[in-house]
Design a protein around this ligand. Structure first.
Ligand SMILES: O=C(O)CCC(=O)C(=O)O
Length: 232
């Protein structure tokens, strides 16, 4: 491992938005990558997302649990091959809960433990959506809010492969103030409470920076969310 001049540590980027570097072990990253490769296969596999204005997103996406399309959720790939969305596995939900707890703390107030600084919604979170975005060297993601869910549970974001610049902004607009955070393979980013509806995006991917032992060219991001929707 590279010796860091300034070791990376837990950082609260904004109230309710926490970056935990190196949260996933190398082994866990490999397992997640293998799972992503399987999920990317058709039916209901990796696709290019078309926006209502006629554009296309440069990152490609596959969904689990609920299928996201601009701008809503469906149980089938309504803007693709029409297949039922792939199942959201229980182990991924458990990983999401652990991630939220590690980043934000156990905020179920008890007599001994005071409530957390912010209201993150009722835990434990029942994660039921994964959006998996694949970025090649030229892919980006514009500033947006995750606002199609009917739940205020924290969003969990896991990164694999190439390092990117993750821009974390504010709830009012796509513009400043924002903070640029370097997300590397294995990093965890969680945003909830007052940050849940903050704008965020990926203005840049640094090609060729993935750990060679992972065996991934490009970047994968796995975003876990609670839909608040009832299964059909
Ligand atoms: O790739 C990332 O780190 C961000 C993904 C994202 O913002 C999203 O899926 O809504």
């Amino acid at each position: 491992m590279d010796a860091e001049l300034f070791p990376r540590s837990r950082t609260e980027i904004a109230p309710g938005a926490v970056h935990l570097p190196d949260w996933l072990t190398a082994g866990r990253q490999k397992e997640l990558l293998e799972a992503c490769r399987a999920w990317a296969r058709p039916p209901a596999g990796l696709r290019t997302v078309r926006t209502p204005g006629g554009g296309t997103m440069t990152s490609r996406q596959v969904c689990l649990g609920w299928h996201w399309y601009p701008y809503g959720y469906a149980s089938t790939v309504v803007d693709g091959d029409g297949a039922p969305v792939k199942e959201f596995p229980a182990w991924l939900g458990e990983l999401g809960r652990r991630a939220a707890r590690d980043a934000l703390g156990d905020h179920t107030p008890t007599e001994e433990a005071p409530p957390a600084a912010y209201d993150y919604g009722p835990a434990p979170y029942d994660y039921d959506i994964a959006l998996i975005n694949f970025y090649d060297a030229d892919a980006r993601m514009g500033m947006h809010r995750d606002s199609d869910e009917r739940s205020d549970a924290p969003v969990v974001s896991l990164s694999l492969g190439d390092t990117c610049v993750f821009r974390f902004g504010n709830t009012a607009s796509r513009g400043r103030p924002y903070t640029d955070v370097e997300l590397r393979s294995g990093d965890l980013f969680v945003f909830g409470g007052p940050a849940r509806l903050a704008h965020h995006g990926v203005p840049r991917v640094h090609a060729g920076t993935a750990p060679p032992e992972l065996g991934l060219t490009g970047r994968l991001n796995i975003t876990l969310r609670v839909s608040g929707l009832r299964s059909v």
